[in-house]
Design a protein around this ligand. Structure first.
Ligand SMILES: [Zn+2]
Length: 168
């Protein structure tokens, strides 16, 4: 069972009391009250019973679902191809520092070969490295640009040589 029931059981245009919302979702009434008080579920608290719009409840549940779905272990990345959390192929990943406190972890999916990326905190790098091998890359966009430009020139020269050889 998912931790949060499907929001499709809630009708957007209906107004729910805490009791009705709890019943519709199969949750305890106190859970709904906690959602309102602590988790930011929007409700009309100006009168009793408190009233919740179905559409607000749907939005709230959607957010909750998204959060629990994206929960990955530190050394796992989410593969967009497999739509699953995956451990890097060969337990090997690259880390590119993008801000002083965080960076991008990149690795290949072992199942489909897609490149998987995720932002991690620099402080978590040690814990990630305890599970998989991580190569720390230095950001240097200029170097990448030069390499590209060079290979373009090489290709063009080769083409010209090829044409000349043919016309002779
Ligand atoms: Zn994959």
């Amino acid at each position: 069972m998912p931790r949060f029931p499907a929001p499709s059981r809630i009708k957007s245009h209906r107004i729910y009391t805490v009791w009705e919302a709890a019943e519709a979702l199969g949750r305890h009434r106190q859970t709904i009250i906690r959602w309102i008080k602590e988790k930011g579920l929007i409700a009309d608290r100006s009168q009793r019973p408190w009233l919740i719009r179905g559409s607000d409840l749907k939005v709230f549940l959607g957010q909750g679902r998204k959060k629990s779905r994206c929960k990955l272990n530190l050394h796992q990345l989410y593969c967009l191809g497999c739509k699953l959390p995956q451990e890097p192929d060969g337990k090997f990943a690259d880390y590119l520092q993008t801000t002083p406190s965080s960076g991008m972890l990149s690795a290949l999916c072992p199942d489909c070969g897609c490149i998987m990326n995720k932002m991690i905190r620099r402080a978590d790098l040690g814990a990630v490295r305890a599970k998989i091998a991580v190569t720390v890359q230095q950001a240097n966009p200029r170097l990448v640009f030069c390499t590209d430009a060079h290979s373009n020139v090489t290709f063009r020269d080769e083409d010209q040589t090829h044409v000349k050889t043919r016309t002779r």
